[in-house]
Design a protein around this ligand. Structure first.
Ligand code: HEC
Length: 492
């Protein structure tokens, strides 16, 4: 004990921060703020620290490579002592953190705490929400399982709708045109260095302002915020009826944070870690990929929008929402704080909550991605089956069953991720068709393992029929030569 005290004194003589820390800890806060409504900010901080600790532990084992990421999660789940528990803590901690940050924001909004002089605190808080969501999204991609693969794939194909910059955004996100090793490396760097760096920086600024400006007083109906007088009134309040933050107000924070940590641990033990779901296999299109809970509503919105609205909504929606949040304290920087006198604020929260709840609910049981699902039941247009041989019709069936329609249109119906195939036989020879189907490439999955040789033959003979009437399909020059229709080619 004596030794610790001596070391402490030695350090403080040189660092000179003991006094500052004591003053900060004991600074006077309004008596009413020692309330259960004021515990969410500190709980978010505590869960964030849990995320850092468990994240570092996971990074020791996790391999950020497309070939090994999935395996390293299996090793964590099954071979390493308590590996599953650390994964569970990290995964559930992420969900809890997003939830607590949201609740904290709602509380701050309803209590008018964003008003003068705390506008900047609120704005940094909005940035904190965005980076927290960024962590949740990049983290889910690191699982690199079936859900992550398709969730990201669809997210990216949505991003590619952005006019002019679409393909640039895609290659920035993925590190190339397709989801591959470079994608994972990129998301790993984001999740482990870039976003946490931002998060720590924003948290520091946010906390500094909370301490400097003081905790928002309990909103009393009728107590009006005016820029000219607010700071003086606040100081009078804390002087007259203040209590020291430590120990009078802090114990509720500690109690609540402790309860949250226990809840995270309970979820990790009871429900276990998230996935990984199946190994990422681009050829399995029939999965119902789902993003993590907090992004479900977003996918629901996008799946219910008519395709023509997707691009405008994608471009305008985030700007309006984020811009609105950032501007809020400038528009309503003064005036009444109490939610009892701000019916519109309360209504707004209720509306947003009902909307998000409904969309999340819809997304949990409807196939939320028409882009991947809606066309699987589209029939192949009849004119493509007319006067065809049995083999060619068999091929049309393979085309149907293997969901090629999801990405390729025939007669203007079907997916738009790949090129329309109405005249594909004009451009590609048999060999090229076979290669494309078996090896995929350029954002098309390789079907090699998922097609029997008979199916491939049938499929290609169907594809060979896809050319406008009167124009012969492409042929290999060498074979054409054998048939005598082209001048002899000179072979080296
Ligand atoms: C996940 C979406 C997706 C699915 C599913 C898909 N493709 Fe593709 N396909 C693509 C993309 C993207 C391209 C363009 C590749 C490129 O640009 O190199 C493509 C290209 C092609 C081409 C070459 C077209 C050309 O004009 O060069 C053929 C042929 C083809 N696909 C056939 C099929 C068949 C047959 C199936 C079903 C077994 C299928 N595709 C399933 C996305 C898909």
């Amino acid at each position: 004990m004596r030794l610790i005290e001596t070391i402490g004194k030695w350090l403080d003589a040189r660092l000179q921060i003991g006094e500052t820390i004591r003053e900060t800890a004991e600074h006077s806060v309004p008596r009413d703020t020692a309330s259960w409504f004021y515990v969410f900010g500190s709980a978010a901080l505590v869960v964030f620290m849990l995320q850092i600790a468990t994240g570092i532990m996971l990074a020791l084992i996790y391999v950020p490579s497309a070939g090994q990421a999935w395996n390293s999660l299996q090793i964590l789940n099954h071979s390493i002592t308590l590996g599953w528990f650390i994964r569970g803590l990290h995964g559930w901690g992420s969900d809890f953190m997003v939830a607590i940050v949201l609740i904290h924001m709602v509380q701050v909004f309803l209590f008018g705490a964003y008003k003068y002089p705390r506008e900047l605190t609120w704005m940094v808080g909005v940035l904190l929400l965005l980076v927290t969501l960024g962590m949740a999204f990049t983290g889910q991609v690191l699982r690199f399982d079936q859900d992550a693969y398709w969730g990201l794939g669809i997210g990216v194909s949505i991003a590619s709708h952005v006019p002019l910059m679409g393909s640039w955004i895609v290659s920035l996100m993925l590190g190339g045109p397709i989801i591959a090793g470079a994608t994972l490396t990129r998301f790993f760097a984001l999740h482990v260095f870039v976003i946490p760096g931002l998060l720590i920086g924003f948290v520091a600024v946010h906390l500094l302002m909370v301490i400097k400006l003081g905790i928002n007083e309990w909103p009393m109906p009728g107590r009006i915020v005016r820029k000219a007088t607010y700071v003086k009134e606040y100081h009078e309040l804390t002087k007259k009826d203040g209590i020291p933050f430590v120990p009078a107000a802090v114990w509720k924070d500690m109690f609540f944070s402790g309860a949250i940590l226990l809840a995270v641990a309970a979820c990790a033990i009871y429900f276990g870690p998230f996935g990984p779901s199946g190994q990422p296999d681009p050829t399995i299109i029939q999965t119902a990929p789902r993003p993590d809970f907090f992004f479900l509503w977003l996918y629901a919105v996008l799946s219910f929008l008519p395709p023509s609205m997707e691009t405008p909504a994608m471009l305008i929606g985030p700007v309006v929402v984020i811009g609105g949040l950032l501007l809020l304290p400038f528009i309503f920087g003064e005036g009444e704080k109490s939610w009892k006198r701000r019916p519109i604020a309360v209504l707004t929260i209720l509306l947003v909550a009902v909307a998000l709840g409904t969309l999340t609910h819809l997304a949990t049981y409807t196939p939320w991605s028409p882009v991947m699902d809606a066309w699987s039941s589209l029939p192949i247009p009849a004119e493509y089956l007319h006067n065809r041989s049995a083999l060619e019709r068999q091929g049309a069936l393979v085309f149907q069953v293997k969901q090629c329609h999801n990405c390729h249109s025939l007669d203007h119906e079907g997916g738009k991720r790949g090129p329309a195939l109405d005249a594909v036989a004009l451009q590609l020879t048999d060999d090229q068709l076979i290669r494309q189907v078996i090896q995929g490439g350029g954002n098309m999955p390789a079907y090699g393992k998922n097609l029997s040789p008979a199916e491939t033959t049938a499929l290609v003979s169907f594809l060979k029929t896809l050319h406008p009437e009167g124009r012969p399909p492409a042929r290999d020059a060498a074979l054409a030569h054998a048939a005598g229709s082209v001048a002899p080619a000179t072979h080296p």
